[in-house]
Design a protein around this ligand. Structure first.
Ligand SMILES: [Zn+2]
Length: 218
């Protein structure tokens, strides 16, 4: 096994920063969650399998090609790398993928309910239409195939009985989508504990916010 070449050090360091943040925010328990970034040359830098995201350093990262073939790193890649690769294949603009288990998102993912996205301008802009995937074995070719078919242009993917995948044109964007969606799920949960229900924005507002998102994503 080979250490990571110098040219990938900066991306690997950024990946370690967001991995640590994922753990600190409580979005990844034990060895849960995995993150990756893709370069313009279709090289994928990803977190290793069976490691806490709280203590990862850049030298722990694994580098593969876009087909998941090992290139560099001292550890084995995440077992869920195939899901990341499926997201990259489906969305040529994607440069980062984050998979996590945030508690409020999971409180919806473990049921049949979905929080009302159109209740919040911030959520509507950052998440857009949610991709909702019924449970398929994590890391399986079946899940990768389903993701590749379903997540085209949809940045937030709710994995039923499992967790969350978000992607973006940068790690920051993928992270913000994780954070915004968890925050939204928390607020919707709080509303439900009062026996109340969120109010949907009016159609004109939704139309303008959707246009604003489309403009931002150009
Ligand atoms: Zn998972």
């Amino acid at each position: 096994m080979n250490t990571i070449p110098e040219r990938y050090t900066q991306s690997a360091k950024q990946l370690a920063t967001f991995s640590n943040l994922l753990y600190q925010k409580g979005f990844a328990d034990a060895n849960g969650g995995n993150l990756s970034v893709k370069t313009d040359e279709d090289i994928v830098i990803t977190t290793p399998t069976l490691e806490s995201k709280g203590s990862l350093e850049y030298g722990d990262m694994v580098i593969t090609d876009i087909n998941g073939r090992y290139l560099y790193g001292l550890k084995s890649a995440s077992s869920e790398l195939s899901s990341h690769l499926a997201v990259y294949r489906a969305n040529p603009k994607a440069r980062a993928v984050i998979h996590s288990h945030p508690p409020y998102v999971c409180s919806y993912a473990y049921t049949k309910s979905t929080p009302l996205i159109e209740a919040s301008p911030e959520t509507l802009i950052w998440t857009g239409e949610i991709c909702d995937i019924t449970f398929i074995m994590p890391g399986s070719p079946e899940l990768a195939k389903k993701l590749e078919q379903e997540c085209i242009n949809r940045h937030v993917i709710l994995l039923r009985n499992h967790g969350l995948i978000t992607w973006g044109e940068s790690l920051r964007d993928a992270w913000w989508r994780t954070e915004v969606f968890e925050h939204h799920c928390k607020i919707c949960h709080l509303i439900s504990t009062r026996g109340d229900i969120p109010v949907k924005l009016d159609e004109e507002g939704i139309k303008r916010l959707n246009k604003l998102r489309d403009d931002l994503l150009k």
